[in-house]
Every structure is written in C-alpha cells, then in structure tokens.
Design a protein around this ligand. Sequence first.
Ligand SMILES: Cc1ncc(COP(=O)(O)O)c(C=O)c1O
Length: 428
Amino acid sequence: MAPVRTTGAVVAAIAVSVALFSLFLCNHKSKPSSKKTKLSLPSKKNTRTGLVDAIGNTPLIRINSLSDATGCEILGKCEFLNPGGSVKDRVAVKIIEEALESGKLAPGGVVTEGSAGSTAISLATVAPAYGCKCHVVIPDDAAIEKSQILEALGATVERVRPVSITHRDHFVNIARRRASEANELASKDLESGQMNGKDLEQINGFGSGGEKHTSFSLSNCKGGFFADQFENLANFRAHYDGTGPEIWEQTGGKLDAFVAAAGTGGTVAGVSKYLQEMNPKIRSFLVDPPGSGLFNKVTRGVMYTKEEAEGRRLKNPFDTVTEGIGINRLTQNFLMAKLDGAFRGTDIEAVEMSRFLLKNDGLFLGSSSAMNCVGAVRVAQSIGPGHTIVTILCDSGMRHLSKFYSDEYLSQFGLTPKANGLEFLGVQ
Ligand SMILES: Cc1ncc(COP(=O)(O)O)c(C=O)c1O
C-alpha cells in the first residue's frame, strides 16, 4: 500500500506544481510589465463617471471591406466616438491634468491654444470639467464654423490676421502670450486683492447664471497655461499611456503593424513607442500627405520636399486637402516616434478611400482617417496577407462637409472621386 500512497502523493504534488506553474505563466502573459498594468484599460462597469471618464477606451473595429480586399485584418480605432468628436480629447485631458498637477494651471485658470482644429474643440469641451476656461486664437481665414463651434462650447475666440510662424503675431505666438498675460494679471489681482468670488464663478465663458460672455477678460481668471500641443509631451503621453495600451489589450498583443499620419506627431509617437516596447517585432509606419516633409525625414533622414525645393509652396501650408496632418518641422512629440518606414499618400487616394469606406462599410470619416486607411492598405501590400494592421479613425466626416465632402470644392482641385473599388491603390 505504501508505494501506492507514495505514488498518489507524488501525482498530487505534480498536479499542484503544474497548476501553480500554469497560473504563473498566465499571470506573466497577461502582465507583460508591471509598469503598463496600472493604465486605464477598457472597464467592465456600465456607468462612466463624468465627461472625462467617457474619453478613451474607444472600440477597435475590423474594417471589413479593407480586410477582405487585402487578406490582412485591418482594424480601426474609433476615436471619432470620443465626446469631443476626435482623438484630441485624450490630449486635452492629459495636457490639462498634467498642468493642474504641476501647479502651472490653477482651477479657474484659462488654457490657451493657437489652433483652428480638433485640439481647440477638445480643449474647449474638456476645460469646464476641470473648472477651467479655454481661450483659442485662430487665423481669421479659418472657416467661420470653427469659431462658432468653439464659442458655442463656451470658449473665447480671437480671430487674427494670418502671418508666418516666425512673426510674433502668428496665432500660436499670440496664444502663448495670452497665457503669460493672464498669469501677470492674476498675480497683480492677487496682490491688489481685486479678485472676488463673483469672478471665480465664471467658468469657460459662462457666468454663474448661465449667461454667455462673448468678450474674454484675462483678468477674470486665475492665471493662464499655454497648451502647446506640438511641443508639450503630455500629448505623446496621452497616447503612450492610453491609445497604445488599449490597442495592445484589444488585440491581445496579436498585431503586426501600426500606421498613422502625423500632425503634431503625438499619436504616432505614443502608440509606436508603446507597441515597440511591448513587442519589438511590431512594426510602425507613417503615412504622409502631400507637401509634408516627414516622409523624407523617416526614409532619408532629411526634411526636404520637392515643392519647397522648387519654391512653389502654395498659400495652403501643406498643399493638401487633408486636415490636421503633415508638417515641415520636427516637433518634440514626433521625435519620440519609433518608426520602421513611411508611405506617401495622395489627396485623391484619401478622397477615394473616404467614399469607398462610406459605400462599403458605412464609415463616415474625416480626411486624416481616410489617409490612415490608405496607409493601412499600403502596409498590407508591403508586408503581405495574413497580418493584423491597426490604424486610427481620428474624427468623423461631420467636420469636413464644406471641403472634403463637398463635390464643388473637390472639383476645383481635380479631386472628384471616380473609383468603383480600390483600384486607385492597385487593388483589384
Ligand atoms: C483630425 C486630426 N487627425 C489627425 C491629427 C494628427 O494627430 P497628431 O497630432 O497626434 O499627429 C490631427 C492633429 O491635429 C487632427 O486634428
């Protein structure tokens, strides 16, 4: 009997060891790095707490038409579902939270930004949730709807004459200056005891009685903070701490490539760096619109565009109908990117892609998202079928009606879409 008991004990001991070892392996697989596990990942709870909690954790969807056509799984992160309508909500939250934590921004203070795009809308959306205000400086040739949306959100808007970025009165430089002026005034107010409770109740352009204040007074706030989305690395961190980990989690780490275009570079940098750290075999790529210098920077190490060399830069800074992407300088955010290559995308490809996705998948996307999908097909063609490729669906077509979705506007540039399928990318 004794040998039987011994055998039973041995078997039991082996079974326990195997179970413990499996548990150890499982834990190890699901926690690749303790640093990454504390990040906010999709929560199971049904209710989110407030607007800020509703930002991020966006769905990752299979883009059926592109996946079927290429033989790759092409997945799009639905950033257009954020409350402020774009990927920039994440950036606005991170910029404001870091500024509040560091004490550079006080509750009741004003966040300033020089932007006619999504970031301004996201800052205006998010600022009241932190008890802050938002002041936006935009060029006066920007579409009037832009200032109307911002003002409707309660932000104050300053429309200024468009000048070069090197000019002190470029809209970005004015925005920076407004934050300093707000700080100077706040400290003077504090010294002279002028700040009273009534002023502090006024949040983001709305008085405590809900009345709208159209003229912004810098003295009505507790100092200012310049958001500086191009150079502020909170932008990169929004994606390194949020978008990247979400993609990793949603794919179970089973992805081969990531591709996106860059405006500030925050998205492509944060996501590519995170994914590379999790698995160096995941390749990240840039897709670059016409006129931008980043393709050359990534592929040849120098920023140089044919347009610039020939001295024929148009008034439109990037000679493209896409918005929010393409740049001719290196930002602190872009410098954080870990890229394996780059593709060029053309305007007609982006336009055709947007119509193709609308027709086949019901996806109504903005111009940068369409360019990202062009990039996803280029990556699929380059690495071949059987791979999983992730990209970003930055915003919806809703904000692009007057240009990207206007037949009249597009026909002026010879960009009338004509394709039936994906033949414009050489996919039959
Ligand atoms: C609509 C839209 N898509 C894409 C981008 C580019 O993202 P990033 O600035 O992270 O490079 C921007 C940037 O402003 C944008 O507004």
